[in-house]
Design a protein around this ligand. Structure first.
Ligand SMILES: [Zn+2]
Length: 299
């Protein structure tokens, strides 16, 4: 059998490297904070992702929190990676991703520091590192771009299998008419997409639940979401409208990235195939969202 030529061997090795990179695009090393618990994957897209509640580490020398919720958001970090991979595949560049690997039993980065770290110095350090990483990520986006989107990724176990999109708008406000939402500017002004609401020609009701809202774009790609054109929050529906992360890092109080909290149900995150399908739909939606509302291609 003739020996393969050197150029052929080189070509095959190059192809193998390309295939390996495509199969596991998030295998690159993240930066790790001084505590060791905050991981930050780099990226060039004007999109920042964070996952505060999927940490597994429970070091015995950080006491358990005794107040507040301590439930883990299973598969939220894996979904964050799937979304980062899907965006890179579609756009040719990745979003930044920040993940807290310390258990929620020890720290809750999506609460103010008093509740989140319970006065424990090491938990406070992790909490500060997490928020510093998001601040740094947003500053890097704004150094290159006039705008961007920050998505805080969570998981829920509510009965209705739909993504709950939180903009800091309470369910009672979501039940207002379009006319009221568009005429009473106070709702938009207290939302995590305040800055965008002042720059897009779209009405605020459209941004919240129209065909070109995040929920509308997700639903058009087979991923049920609320608020959206055909999904509402009924009086007895549990619904997460967003918390500390999008208050601190969204545009409600500062001219920084616009933000949403995504609470994803089990059937959209529980297997690699389900995560890939959800991530693909969200990535496609973000491309359309940036063109429609930010007037720019997500590249
Ligand atoms: Zn959560």
């Amino acid at each position: 059998m003739p020996r393969p030529s050197a150029p052929l061997v080189t070509l095959c090795l190059s192809l193998l490297a390309v295939v390996a990179a495509a199969a596991e695009p998030s295998a690159e090393a993240p930066r790790t904070s001084a505590s060791g618990f905050i991981r930050h994957w780099s990226g060039e897209l004007p999109v920042v992702l964070s996952v505060p509640h999927d940490g597994a580490a429970k070091p015995a020398d950080i006491p358990d929190r005794t107040r507040g919720v301590t439930v883990r958001d299973s598969y939220a970090a894996a979904l964050g990676h799937a979304l980062r991979d899907a965006l890179r595949e579609r756009c040719g560049a990745a979003p930044q991703l920040i993940v807290c690997e310390l258990s929620r039993k020890k720290v809750d980065c999506n609460r103010e520091i008093g509740e989140g770290a319970a006065g424990q110095p090491r938990a406070e350090q992790v909490w500060r590192e997490y928020h510093a990483a998001i601040d740094e990520a947003e500053a890097a986006v704004l150094a290159r771009s006039k705008h961007g989107l920050y998505l805080d990724i969570h998981s829920h176990g509510h009965p209705k299998p739909r993504i709950e999109i939180g903009y800091l708008v309470k369910a009672s406000k979501l039940r207002l008419s379009d006319e009221r939402l568009d005429s009473d500017k106070s709702v938009a002004a207290r939302s995590s997409i305040r800055w965008l609401s002042q720059r897009t020609p779209a009405k605020f009701s459209e941004l919240l639940r129209g065909e070109t809202s995040l929920g509308g774009l997700f639903a058009a790609r087979g991923v049920a979401a609320v608020p959206s054109p055909r999904e509402v929050v009924l009086l007895d529906d549990p619904y997460f409208n967003g918390a500390y992360d999008i208050e601190a890092h969204g545009s409600r109080d500062k001219s920084q990235l616009d933000a949403a909290q995504l609470e994803v149900p089990g059937p959209m995150r529980d297997t690699p195939a389900h995560r890939a399908a959800t991530a693909k739909a969200i990535a496609e939606s973000l491309e359309a969202y940036f063109v429609r509302h930010f007037g720019t291609k997500l590249r």
